[in-house]
Structures are given as structure tokens and as C-alpha cells.
Design a protein around this ligand. Structure first.
Ligand code: SAM
Ligand code: SF4
Length: 327
């Protein structure tokens, strides 16, 4: 039997999120500052071979069966399909979270390389609002990216929508309707205190209960049994697909969390909100054996806390923003 990455609360970790770059061609207001972001030096980023080595240890020793590529924007990393090919060979469920803008160009190549699923971030169908939120006038290209993902056969295609009060909360039903028509799964994400500009405050969070109230006024929804996935899910009673909410702030799902993360510069994190990291890049580059690296991974997970404490006085904001950690 494979060993397990298990923490002090008995949670077994089978999901790895790999950030392949901290760079992005967008500057979403809830994630990055408009200017002044300090990018990592190229030499600080893990190479594809280094990423493959860690992923292989996680999969072969610890039974990790889900890998998600993220960023920054993963598609700004040159030759990403090569990494996809290496990771797909490990036989895992291989997904990617992207802003979608480059998908019309690379969706087919990614699919052929072995990527199984994509999550595309989209927060507004209104061109002016989209521009305001992402600081790029690219709504049409992202919508074309969703179409490209569907055309090449990614299944499911999910849409990540960060909903904020007074910003885009009037589009909840538009998103639901889009999801039903297109056959994509919409997941509303509560705004989290990981934005680089520190504009987050509780009054901007549209909670799961509020999102659900809006949806239920229009649709008959049936709950889907919870898994280790972060979203709480409902299916439309008329059979037209499903919808989800990632309620990190109002209904934390820490007790079922099975996620670990590695940043673009090779720091291993046991929680999105972790304040401590383990420097795996240093081990990868100082000649450490796989046993030594594995032991560092085990130790980090074993020391994982019970959960983040957003909304409590002792919550400590992580030093890094969402774009540096990868979502
Ligand atoms: N660039 C890719 C994208 O936007 O999909 C991948 C990286 S992005 C950091 C991953 C996810 O985090 C996206 O779905 C994005 O909407 C979400 N995100 C970023 N900042 C957030 C915040 N402060 N609160 C909640 N979600 C956030
Ligand atoms: Fe870039 Fe994604 Fe952050 Fe937007 S959410 S700035 S697309 S990393």
C-alpha cells in the first residue's frame, strides 16, 4: 500500500496544485495590483523537470491522484503542453485553471498533450465591467476560450466567477443561465482576503447563502453530496446541469480539505492561507535524494493547521497574494 500525506487531523492529501508562473497577462482587481508587481526571476522558477520530479514523488509514494496547473496565468509559461505531457504520463486527473484568453490558440494542443479538464475564470459578461475587473478589454477572447475548450472536448468545462457585493453580484442569474445554455459548470467563489491591494473586507463578500437565495428564487435546486472538492454543489431539478459555490469565507470547508500547493518558485504549502512554506526548490537543487524531499513533504503536511481563521482576530494574512500562490 502507498504511504499517505496525512495531517494531525487525519486528513489525507491527494490533490496537488502547481503554480507554473507568477506572471499574468491580466491584473484582476481582486488578485493583483495594477502596477508594481515584482515577478520572480526566471531562474527562481521550477523547471519542468523539477516540477515533474516532485509530482512523481507525490503520485507514486503518496497516491496523489489530482493535479491542477495554475499561476499567475499558466498559459503565459512557454511550452506548457510539454509539462502537460510529462504530468499526464503519471496517470492523474490533470486540470488547469486559466483566465482563458489564450485558449482559442492552445486548447487543442493541451487536450492532445493529455490535459483532462479546464476551469476558466470569468467574472462579468459586461464589457465595461470585465475591463474594469481584469484591466484588459478581452471579454470576447475569454468567451471564445470557453467555446474552444468545449469544442476540443474538455469535460467538464467549469467557469470560476468571483462574486463581490456591489461589483458583479447583479450577474448571478446571468451566469446561471449561461452555464445552463452552454453546458458548463459555473462555480461562484467568495471573495477571499488574498488580493494584493488589500481591498478585501467582509462587506464585499457575497456569501454562499446570499448566492443560493438568488438562485433559488429562479431555479429548483437539489443538493449534491459533498466530496473533498471545495465547492458545495447543487443540480438543477430540470436536469440542465449543476452549479457550485466555493464558500471559503462564510462556510469554510477546511475539515475536508485534501489540497497541497507548490508555488512557481518551488515553495510547498499545506494551505492556501498558510503563513509558512517549505523550500522544496532548495532540496531539488542541492542534490537531495527523493527520500529527503519526500520527508519534507510529509513533515509539511503533518504540521498543517486545522483551518484558516478568516473572520477571527487571530487570522494572519499570508505574505503572498492569490496570484503568487495560485488559487
Ligand atoms: N490566472 C488563472 C485564473 O485566473 O484562472 C489562474 C490563477 S488565479 C489566482 C486562480 C483563481 O483564483 C481564479 O479563479 C481567480 O478568479 C481566483 N482568485 C484570485 N484572487 C481571488 C480572491 N481574492 N478571492 C477569491 N478568488 C480569487
Ligand atoms: Fe491573473 Fe488569474 Fe490573478 Fe486574474 S485571477 S490577475 S487572471 S492570476
Amino acid at each position: 500500500m502507498t504511504a499517505q500525506l496525512i495531517d494531525g487531523f487525519g486528513r489525507v492529501h491527494r490533490d496537488l496544485r502547481i503554480s507554473v508562473t507568477d506572471r499574468c497577462n491580466f491584473r484582476c482587481t481582486y488578485c493583483m495590483p495594477e502596477e508594481g508587481m515584482q515577478w520572480q526571476e526566471r531562474s527562481n522558477l521550477l523547471t519542468f523537470e523539477e516540477i515533474e520530479r516532485v509530482a512523481k514523488i507525490m503520485v507514486e509514494r503518496y497516491g496523489v491522484d489530482g493535479i491542477r496547473l495554475t499561476g499567475g496565468e499558466p498559459l503565459v509559461r512557454a511550452r506548457l503542453p510539454l509539462l502537460v505531457e510529462k504530468l499526464a504520463a503519471l496517470g492523474v486527473d490533470l486540470a488547469m485553471t486559466t483566465n482563458g484568453v489564450s485558449l482559442p490558440l492552445v486548447a487543442a494542443e493541451l487536450k492532445a498533450a493529455g490535459l483532462t479538464r479546464v476551469n476558466i475564470s470569468l467574472d462579468s459578461f459586461r464589457r465595461d465591467r470585465f475591463l474594469e475587473l481584469t484591466r484588459r478589454d478581452d471579454l470576447d477572447r475569454v468567451l471564445a476560450g470557453v467555446d474552444a475548450a468545449l469544442e476540443v472536448g474538455f469535460d467538464p468545462v467549469k467557469i470560476n466567477c468571483v462574486v463581490m457585493k456591489g461589483v458583479n453580484d447583479d450577474e448571478v442569474l446571468d451566469f446561471a443561465e449561461y452555464g445552463r445554455e452552454k453546458g458548463v459548470v459555473v462555480r461562484f467563489i467568495e471573495f477571499m482576503p488574498l488580493d494584493a491591494d488589500e481591498i478585501w473586507n467582509n462587506s464585499l463578500v457575497l456569501t454562499q447563502a446570499e448566492i443560493l437565495e438568488t438562485l433559488q428564487a429562479e431555479y429548483d435546486l437539489e443538493p449534491i453530496r459533498r466530496s473533498s472538492a471545495p465547492a458545495t454543489r447543487w443540480r438543477y431539478a430540470d436536469g440542465k446541469g449543476e452549479i457550485g459555490v466555493v464558500a471559503t469565507v462564510s462556510e469554510s470547508f477546511c475539515e475536508t480539505c485534501d489540497r497541497t500547493r507548490i508555488t512557481a518558485d518551488g515553495q510547498f504549502r499545506s494551505c492556501l492561507f498558510a503563513v509558512e512554506e517549505t523550500d522544496i526548490r532548495a532540496l531539488l537543487r542541492n542534490g537531495s535524494s527523493n527520500d529527503v524531499i519526500a520527508e519534507a513533504l510529509e513533515r509539511t503536511v503533518a504540521a498543517k493547521w486545522a483551518g484558516h481563521q478568516i473572520n477571527q482576530v487571530h487570522f494572519i494574512r499570508p505574505r503572498r497574494s492569490m496570484s503568487e500562490i495560485g488559487g
